[in-house]
Design a protein around this ligand. Sequence first.
Ligand SMILES: *Cc1c(COP(=O)(O)O)cnc(C)c1O
Length: 363
Amino acid sequence: MNDFTAEPAELVAAMEAAASRVIRSGYYVLGPEVRAFEAAWAAQCGARFGIGVGNGMDAIEIGLRAMEIGPGDEVITTPMTAFATVLAIMRSGATPVLADIDPETALLDSDSVARCIGPRTRAVVVVHLYGRSADLPHWENFCRERGIALIEDCAQAHLARSAGRPVGSVGAFGAWSFYPTKNLGAIGDGGMLVTQDEALAQKAASLRNYGQSVRYHHPLLGMNSRLDELQAALLGARLRWLPAFTARRRAIAQSYHEGLANPAVRPLPVAVDVESHVHHLFVVTTTHRDELQKHLEAKQVQTYVHYPIPVHRQPPAQAIRCDVDGLHHSEVHGRSCLSLPCHPGLSDDEVRFVVAAVNDFKP
Ligand SMILES: *Cc1c(COP(=O)(O)O)cnc(C)c1O
């Protein structure tokens, strides 16, 4: 599913140079490397501000807290996501509410969200799941008409665009993860909140650093969640490779779409707008998921399931209010989805091998 030891020698050399620069600088936390990478990533996202934080989950929590969304407020999101999305809402003190997904794309379904809205709803967190951007013009209107905030979980969607606009630039804020396996990953944990709102950016910058305004003054109840200089420098080096890596992911996805021809296995639909999908994961669905996974494993093809247990089936989340019509599509998807290898280090031969292995699966 990933192979970091097979990265291009030129990239490895650039990361070693970046690491060495930080070690020799004597500056390790919230210094020039973080400022430079915040500016570079915010510009990439078409956002005015970028606030480097410890990880993607904290980016969501800090953003919610900066918007003063917390106890007594409800935030609607999807159960088909990394648990961190919902955990961040809980950590902010707000109450998550779960809406169902669109069975075609596995993205949050707005009819279901509409059913979940109540007097305490403050925001919707859309997740650009698997690297496929949600329809942001649609969500923008949906949220504006209802007087609630749109928040984007962009952890899987580096460089994705919706109707020409970078994801993360449209909502009140966009939350990014730079966990190693993400499309842009550090050599450890990292995250960023991007926003167009200066006041929100300032508050987030304070919250990530003990709620400090100026040294030794703490007007806010903050936390410690900072992107460090080493990770920022490494991410800056890796950012130069992201367009090429994204193109490679798209080429692999296209090969899968062209090659997969097993009637028992259905890939999620092709993105009509190529820019809207960065293929963090290539997901197929089949009613024989566990059998297919075993079949591929026997041929040494590694696969994962994103995600086998929807959020509302996790013990800390069992009391969460859900769509009154249920979360049927999320449950079906959780039982039938399988992620095939899709990363820039995969060779054409390996892609052909996976295609052949899926095609000769007989349930
Ligand atoms: C990875 C991920 C997160 C959490 O990011 P971390 O950096 O691991 O905290 C949140 N949401 C989604 C959709 C993710 O894929």
